[in-house]
Ligand binder design. Structure first.
Ligand code: ATP
Ligand code: MG
Length: 193
């Protein structure tokens, strides 16, 4: 039952995504992780200006599947099941993916490592962070911004803070209160190798 549901969710997401960039013999997978307002989406957009890839933004995918999202655990589980399957499908077709989600839990990140392992891809993980006072300010200013797909505010940031689980594998760290260009350049170098 769940399998049928996930398959039809993936079809809906694919339909919404529209056209894809060209396929690569060796596509890459970039995964960001960080609390709301730390600048993940901003970072992914900057990265995608230099690297051709599909950005899969969890909030955008969530609205496709759930037009009035409730953010329950069951909703998120269904969203991530479909997102992960979609990521694997795209990578299998040679399409590079940037996965823009909080990805705070080790449990969900493990699923991404497994996908990469199955496809013999080395995933690039990036922990995105910013000082809380800056996040507070940014989230306040972001409210009502048509550029964002996220509803998260300072209350959501505080709720999620205890859920951060340390990334055990090798990863990049980007502090978005500073210039993000050096990390972007490093990632591009790693991918182009
Ligand atoms: N490096 C930066 N320089 C300037 N502004 C930034 C930077 N990073 C993020 N911002 C701004 O801060 C706000 C929050 O950033 P963003 O929406 O990228 O956060 P997020 O981590 O994707 O949050 P969410 O988890 O809620 O989606 C946005 O208005 C964005 O334009
Ligand atoms: Mg975002």
């Amino acid at each position: 039952m769940k399998q049928t549901e996930t398959a039809s969710d993936v079809e809906r997401l694919l339909e919404k995504l529209g056209r894809f960039p060209g396929a690569w013999a060796q596509p890459f997978l970039i995964v960001v992780s960080g609390l709301p307002g730390t600048g993940k989406s901003y970072f992914c957009r900057r990265l995608a200006r230099k690297l051709v890839a599909v950005i899969l933004e969890s909030d955008h995918l969530r609205r496709t599947l759930f037009p009035s999202p409730g953010y329950s655990a069951a909703e998120s589980a269904r969203l991530f099941r479909a997102s992960h399957l979609l990521i694997e499908r795209l990578l299998r077709h040679g399409i590079p993916v940037i996965f823009d989600a909080t990805n705070l839990s080790q449990y969900y990140r493990e699923k991404l490592y497994r996908i990469a392992e199955r496809l013999d891809i080395k995933p690039v993980l990036v922990r995105v962070e910013a000082p809380p006072e800056l996040v507070y300010q940014r989230l306040k200013e972001r409210q009502g911004d048509p550029e964002t797909n996220s509803d998260a505010d300072w209350a959501v940031y505080q709720q999620m803070k205890p859920r951060v689980q340390r990334i055990r594998h090798r990863h990049y760290v980007v502090d978005t209160s500073r210039d993000i260009t050096p990390v972007i350049d490093k990632i591009i170098r790693e991918i182009s190798r």
